[in-house]
Design a protein around this ligand. Structure first.
Ligand SMILES: *[C@@H]1O[C@H](CO)[C@@H](O)[C@H](O)[C@H]1NC(C)=O
Ligand SMILES: *[C@@H]1O[C@H](CO)[C@@H](O)[C@H](O)[C@H]1NC(C)=O
Ligand SMILES: *[C@@H]1O[C@H](CO)[C@@H](O)[C@H](O)[C@H]1NC(C)=O
Ligand SMILES: *[C@@H]1O[C@H](CO)[C@@H](O)[C@H](O)[C@H]1NC(C)=O
Ligand SMILES: *[C@@H]1O[C@H](CO)[C@@H](O)[C@H](O)[C@H]1NC(C)=O
Length: 626
């Protein structure tokens, strides 16, 4: 093929694989073919600082430099066959990985890494707006650094010079594709988010589409495609539905494409034959691909009566070199481009500057947050409740009384893999900096029921607990979402993708994945996503073995220093919990008949955070074999 040869010219002939040196090699697995079309898109979202790729999971082990090489090869393919390629990112590039979180200031290295990719449309996510310094850096560096690509249709920032609200980036963008001259009108939205710091303003999408600038923009003549990018889920989405309706009210047949994010899933939704949207997962696991063929382009407007619907296709690419080589028709020696290799080195240098490979101990086996039932030996939460918390609070002088220690399972974010437990791993596992709090001498009768209440197994459902106290001062801001663990979300048509209120039975399996089938040699061996979306179940590039996910309780707890004789229960205990659930613990106690205020609580473990507790426990208990 011609484009193969062009790709070869780009490539560097050296033998080292790119990706990060400590990353595992990808594994061969059966692949589906990329549905290349006339207008093609690569889409990333919710990368959360994982630009080094997954250093412990072969299936997602390619890094941002590899993604750059990949995009360059596909650009060469588009130039060779007269098609087009556009690159989209829909926000939450920050927070959630040591590469971003451990530098001072956070993100010192990541922006220079991210901006090496040549984007066409980029939007802001909620994580870019939680802290005022993060959004200011977007305004000062990222927006100008990405040139025309950054679009903020509904987000303003307070200009630090005069305190006035100004658009974070331009509201929309009109451009023509390089090879076919397809005229694209692009918007960039953030969902109706209200948890931002007070130096930014997010206008509801439903209100934004009523503004004059938006109404004027969608009435522009000569638009071949509306491109709506957003940090917004594509399904169950009042925001994208409002944009869809606003456009359709004035342009009844111009094709629309949506790029979404935020819920960390793979998903693809059909609004109608001329309007589809893709959501491309999380954490650099997935590079989303979408193609549209059959669009009209500049000067070649087709009469309405002869116009046919364009064809949309999608694929979720697993971010590893085996997949990236295959879809770019390259191999180990032809894949790396000079820029891609430079960026991989930039990442490697940043990681070593930040000492992310510093090792505290070695895990003897994998521990899973959702991929093993709770309780079980492979459960991360069992390990936390039965080993880490008792060792930490039992041996210390933090409590001379018997104690009950409670933590929400949402405090842990990721699995632990067998082998070195590094600085990197601590940030993936637990990025939260809050410490533990303690209430002393709580009547045992009430204290012993708190865990069950928080797990929705008590006499009153959590929802009712909320309404019971919602008119109490200081309690109204609690939401159930803050407490319940987030399941890895797998898209499935017609089934809500967010498990908003999981049942707590430990053996309950989430029904979206098949039960264990007998292992067959012909069945796929690499575990991973098995996505079902509006186009069926053929969207994942790799044919995966389904993974089972288990619901886990909202909170886990340990009883510490109790007398071993079964019939003696203490009269009172110390109740220790991580700070994040303090509001819930106080609510539960209040309902259970004993009232405490925040002023009755005190710091436990001298403010040591969960991250430090785990790091120290690993250092003392998990030796590495030399
Ligand atoms: C950012 O927020 C902090 C407090 O959270 C405040 O002290 C600081 O002045 C704010 N900076 C700007 C530039 O808004
Ligand atoms: C990679 O591809 C090039 C061009 O197709 C070929 O000449 C070379 O032998 C291949 N190398 C490997 C290691 O497969
Ligand atoms: C890659 O890095 C080298 C060495 O720093 C530099 O000379 C070269 O210009 C870079 N190449 C690209 C494409 O950025
Ligand atoms: C779980 O671990 C305990 C203690 O190490 C061991 O006695 C038990 O056999 C293990 N159970 C399973 C099912 O592996
Ligand atoms: C207990 O307290 C003593 C004195 O404050 C201290 O030296 C010791 O290290 C503490 N032990 C633990 C396990 O924290």
């Amino acid at each position: 093929m011609l484009w193969d040869r062009i790709v070869l010219l780009l490539a560097f002939t050296h033998l080292a694989a790119s990706k990060q040196p400590s990353a595992p090699s990808s594994v061969e697995a059966p692949l589906r073919e990329l549905p290349w079309g006339k207008l093609n898109f690569l889409h990333t979202t919710d990368t959360h600082g994982w630009h080094a790729g997954h250093l412990r999971e072969p299936q997602y082990s390619a890094d941002w430099g590899d993604y750059i090489s990949f995009a360059q090869h596909l650009h060469a393919r588009a130039d060779a066959d007269g098609s087009d390629l556009l690159l989209i990112d829909t926000g939450d590039r920050v927070e959630g990985n040591g590469l971003y979180d451990t530098s001072k200031p956070p993100g010192k290295y990541t922006f220079d890494i991210v901006k090496q990719q040549k984007f066409d449309v980029v939007t802001v996510g909620n994580h870019e707006l939680y802290i005022n310094t993060t959004s200011l850096r977007e305004y000062d560096d990222v927006v100008p650094g990405l040139q025309d690509a950054y679009i903020a249709s509904n987000v303003d920032v307070r200009n630090p010079k005069d305190g006035k609200l100004v658009p974070l980036a331009k509201r929309f963008r009109k451009f023509k594709t390089k090879n076919q001259g397809i005229r694209v009108l692009a918007f960039g939205f953030l969902f109706d988010f209200s948890g931002n710091a007070d130096n930014t303003f997010v206008q509801r999408v439903e209100d934004t589409v009523k503004e004059a600038w938006f109404q004027d923009a969608i009435r522009e003549m000569g638009v071949d495609l509306f491109l709506v990018a957003g940090h917004v889920p594509v399904r169950n989405t009042q925001e994208f539905d409002a944009v869809y309706k606003a456009i359709r009210d004035v342009k009844w047949d111009t094709p629309i494409v949506f790029f979404g994010g935020h819920t960390h899933i793979r998903d693809y939704r059909r609004w109608e034959d001329s309007a589809y949207g893709i959501e491309s997962g999380r954490y650099m696991e997935t590079i989303g691909f979408l193609s549209i063929s059959g669009l009209s382009s500049s000067g070649k407007d087709v009469a309405v009566s002869t116009r046919k619907n364009p064809t949309y296709k999608r694929m979720y690419i697993d971010n590893n070199l085996y997949s990236l080589h295959h879809h770019s028709a390259t191999n180990k020696s032809t894949f790396d481009t000079e820029l891609g290799r430079n960026v991989s080195k930039q990442i490697k240098d940043a990681r070593s500057e930040l000492k992310l490979d510093q090792t505290f101990g070695c895990a003897p086996h994998d521990l899973w947050l959702n991929r093993a039932p709770y309780p079980s030996n492979d459960s991360l939460l069992t390990w936390l409740a039965d080993e880490v918390l008792p060792d930490t609070f039992g041996d210390s002088n933090s409590s001379s009384n018997p104690a009950i220690v409670i933590t929400n399972s949402g405090a842990l974010r990721f699995d632990i893999f067998r082998g070195p437990f590094t600085t990197d791993a601590t940030y993936l596992l637990c990025p939260f900096k809050s410490g533990f709090r303690k209430l002393q001498n709580v009547p045992y009768g009430a204290a012993s029921k708190v865990l069950k209440t928080l797990n929705n197994e008590g006499p009153i459902p959590l929802k009712d607990l909320l309404s019971f106290v919602s008119d109490q001062p200081g309690c109204g801001k609690h939401r159930i979402d803050d407490l319940v663990p987030h399941l890895p979300q797998v898209a499935q048509s017609g089934v809500p993708t967010t498990q908003t209120f999981p049942s707590v039975k430990s053996d309950e399996q989430i029904p979206f994945l098949n039960a264990n089938k007998d292992k067959d040699k012909d069945e796929p061996q690499v575990p991973g996503y098995t996505t079902r979306d509006d186009a069926g179940d053929g969207g994942d590039d790799t044919i995966h073995q389904p993974i089972k996910f288990y619901a886990v309780p909202n909170c886990v707890g340990s009883e510490i220093g109790f007398s071993s004789s079964a019939d003696s229960t203490p009269e009172s205990v110390d109740l220790i919990y991580n700070e994040f659930v303090q509001g819930w613990v106080l609510l539960a106690l209040q309902y259970l008949g004993v009232s405490y205020g925040v002023e009755n609580t005190r710091s436990a473990l001298e403010g040591k955070s969960m991250t430090d507790v785990i790091k120290d426990w690993v250092g003392e208990n998990w030796q590495c074999e030399e």
